[in-house]
Ligand binder design. Sequence first.
Ligand SMILES: Nc1ncnc2c1ncn2[C@@H]1O[C@H](COP(=O)(O)OP(=O)(O)O)[C@@H](O)[C@H]1O
Ligand SMILES: [Mg+2]
Length: 400
Amino acid sequence: MYIEYLSLVNFRNYARLELTLPQGPVLLHGANAQGKTSLLEAIYYLATCNSPYTVSDWQMINWQAEQDIIPFARLSADVVTSRSPLERVEITLVQDRNGSDQHTRKDIRLNGVPKRVMDLVGQINVVLFLPRDLSLIEGSPAERRRYMDATLCQTDRAYCESLDTYEKLLPQRNALLRRIGEGQSGLEELAFWDVQLAEHGARLIAGRQRLLRELESIAQHSHLDLTGRREMLEISYQPSFTPTLDGDGQMSFNVRGLDLHRQMEPEEIAPQFLQALEIGREEHVERGMTLLGPHRDELRFQINQRDVGLYGSRGQTRTAILSLKLAELEWMRDCIGEWPILLLDDVVAELDADRRVYLLDRIDGATQSILTTTDPGVFSASFLQKAAVWQVAEGRISTG
Ligand SMILES: Nc1ncnc2c1ncn2[C@@H]1O[C@H](COP(=O)(O)OP(=O)(O)O)[C@@H](O)[C@H]1O
Ligand SMILES: [Mg+2]
């Protein structure tokens, strides 16, 4: 798939941008703080309704627009996919000022028809490479969960719906736990919440298990290639609650990798998850929170059976992440049956010569890839010849 036309109004430092994009590689170059990352962010936002950088949407509205009576930003892309010749995806962010409260309203349209966030799933698929991806190994478990969710949400609407529901159920169950602790509610009231939490949680667990199994088997190949066949990469899913494969009712609460030899289905996991919630009720009431479930899952990376987060060198971490991102790309291609749009923000310059060649070679066949750099000199002459090389300066793009 590829974006044929992109239009931005009041998005970050783009007061107004109208851009026709070609297929193949596009290299955006320019000094720092000119708008390279913002352009990739806009495309990522159109694909996912999420920013990889900011949590509050109003930060994306151009500062100058804040003077306006109703500050807004509008993003719009015409996308061509193998299933449809042209689809227009439009998101308008409108700042609602309610006293000191800043709230952003989102208006989403597909071909002019108002839609919900969920309806965006699968309209534009992207794989984003960032230098910050290293924090997937070095950072907190929450970042790894966000990675799994963001990846699955792009391709699997049912997963996305269950995630949304789970994230609403969890604080409600937690509030009830606290009320029970204070003697204002009874333990039996948990039953209703537990059944739903188990049902949706089981879908998340099954989805994550599937994703990681598939990513691991693809990533292992790249990682062997990149390390002269010396390093075996393993990516293991460690759900906070470990369902057993044979369903014999034996429950283990140890944090250890889930046996990945067989894919478990949500229907097998849900009753076990429910049982674990029931067994845990009293402790959950005591602590005032739900102590197990997908919101506490982990995933670990190992090289030759050693944890990369704990023992990996910087170089090994970098290579593992590159293997993972390339696996994500292959995985998404398999899921959607065509190349997703690739967005590479400042990553090529960070790699050594061998990895650079490997990466550019692996993405060579992409329908559309947009790369940014401050230094086009790190790209080979043959790449520069193939690519559209554009300069970004102060929120303007010169395509000349
Ligand atoms: N809401 C906003 N309105 C206007 N400018 C913004 C907004 N948010 C960020 N910026 C500015 O936009 C500029 C471009 O940032 P960025 O896209 O990250 O640049 P680059 O990737 O080229 O280094 C920066 O100077 C940043 O401070
Ligand atoms: Mg940048």
